[in-house]
Design a protein. Structure first.
Length: 139
């Protein structure tokens, strides 16, 4: 089991994230902070960059209990064969590619720390996206 089961759960998380995404999404970005040992509590932020036709749009993806449960399960599975992650970044692109980055430092956002790692990058994500790709989708 172990790593194979974790990989399968990553795929569950990615599929669920894409399933709840708004129409026209180009990128989904999620960050989860896990606290607790037996009962894991997740502090989450999930956002989407969307093709708005004449401009890129950006906003938070609504809470979804199956996604929350899938991420919590992934946290539990990460204990086999190592320590559980405390932070998890997930970037999913509309072409199906994704990048998942677990972290093991103490969570910040759930501790009220507002910095580039915990929340700041999300506040400026659209600006960064537009700077890299231009203001108009497909241009």
């Amino acid at each position: 089991m172990g790593l194979a089961e974790q990989q399968g759960q990553v795929e569950v998380v990615v599929r669920r994230f894409a399933a709840i995404a708004p129409v026209g999404w180009a990128r989904l970005v999620g960050n989860w902070e896990a606290t607790g040992d037996d009962e894991v509590t997740l502090n989450w932020i999930t956002t989407a960059v969307v093709d708005g036709g004449d401009r890129w749009q950006y906003g938070q993806v609504g809470y979804d209990e199956p996604l929350y449960d899938a991420v919590a399960r992934l946290n539990q599975l990460s204990a086999d064969p190592g320590p559980r992650w405390t932070t998890l970044d997930l970037v999913v692109d509309a072409d199906g590619s994704f990048r998942l980055t677990p972290g093991y430092e103490p969570p910040k956002r759930s501790q009220g720390i507002h910095d580039e790692e915990s929340l700041g990058r999300f506040e400026r994500y659209l600006d960064t996206w537009v700077a890299e790709r231009g203001p108009v989708p497909g241009a």
